[in-house]
Design a protein around this ligand. Structure first.
Ligand SMILES: C[S@@+](CC[C@H](N)C(=O)[O-])C[C@H]1O[C@@H](n2cnc3c(N)ncnc32)[C@H](O)[C@@H]1O
Length: 187
C-alpha cells in the first residue's frame, strides 16, 4: 500500500527541492545521499537530477513505505538505492550532494556530520541540513557553533515554510561546501 499522504506530509518545499536539484548542475554523474528519507517524497522527487541516489532511514516502516513509493514510480526511480540503517553502516564512497534530515537533536546532527566527513570520499561536496530554522531542532546551534557565517548559505524558503505547523524563526535549510585538501588523508 502506498503511504498515506494525509499522515505523511513532507516538510520540504518545492523551492527547496529545486535548490537541491540545482546542486547537481555541471557535475559529472553526481551521487546524492539522503540521511532520513521518511516516506521518500523528497528523495524520489530530486532523483531525476542525479546519476545515482542513496537513501538511509533507520525506521523499518519508512523503508517499506519508501520501497512501495519507488515501485509505484517505476523506471524514473530506478537510480535510487534505499537502505534501512544509519550512516554508521554506510559504505564509504563519493557523495557529491548530501542531504541530512534525520534526528534533529544537536548531538545527533553533530554525529551525522562527523560520519559524513568520515565516509565521504568525494573531493568536493556539499552537505545540506534541513529544518535549520525549526525552533525546536538542534541544527541552528550546531551550525552556529561549527562554522563562520561566511561558510554557510541558505536554501529553500526563508519564512513560513513548515506545513506541519511547528514554529520556525529562520531559513528552511542550510548548506556547507567542502573541498578535500590534498594530502589531508595521511594522518
Ligand atoms: C524529518 S524525517 C525525513 C523527511 C524526508 N527527508 C523528506 O524530505 O521527506 C526524518 C526521518 O529520519 C529517520 N531517522 C531518524 N534518525 C535516523 C538516523 N540516525 N539515521 C537514519 N535515519 C534516521 C526517521 O525514521 C524519519 O523517517
Amino acid at each position: 500500500m502506498l503511504p498515506d499522504k494525509t499522515q505523511h506530509k513532507s516538510t520540504t518545499t518545492a523551492k527547496f527541492r529545486k535548490d537541491l536539484m540545482a546542486l547537481a548542475e555541471g557535475l559529472d554523474k553526481p551521487t546524492y545521499l539522503e540521511v532520513g528519507y521518511d516516506v521518500g517524497y523528497t528523495l524520489m522527487a530530486v532523483s531525476k537530477a542525479f546519476h545515482k541516489c542513496v537513501g538511509l532511514d533507520n525506521n523499518p516502516e519508512r523503508f517499506k513505505d519508501a520501497t512501495n513509493l519507488q515501485k509505484s514510480i517505476g523506471d524514473d526511480a530506478k537510480n535510487v538505492m534505499l537502505i534501512l540503517g544509519t550512516l554508521e553502516a554506510l559504505q564509504s564512497g563519493p557523495y557529491e550532494v548530501v542531504f541530512v534530515d534525520a534526528d534533529h537533536r544537536y548531538e545527533c546532527v553533530k554525529r551525522d556530520w562527523e560520519l559524513v566527513l568520515e565516509k565521504n570520499t568525494a573531493s568536493r561536496y556539499v552537505v545540506v541540513f534541513h529544518d535549520y530554522g525549526l525552533v525546536q531542532s538542534g541544527i541552528k546551534r550546531f551550525i552556529q557553533e561549527t562554522f563562520d557565517r561566511e561558510q554557510v548559505s541558505f536554501l529553500g524558503e526563508e519564512k513560513d515554510w513548515n506545513p506541519l505547523g511547528d514554529p520556525t524563526n529562520d531559513w528552511e535549510a542550510v548548506m556547507v561546501e567542502l573541498t578535500a585538501v590534498a594530502g589531508d588523508t595521511d594522518g
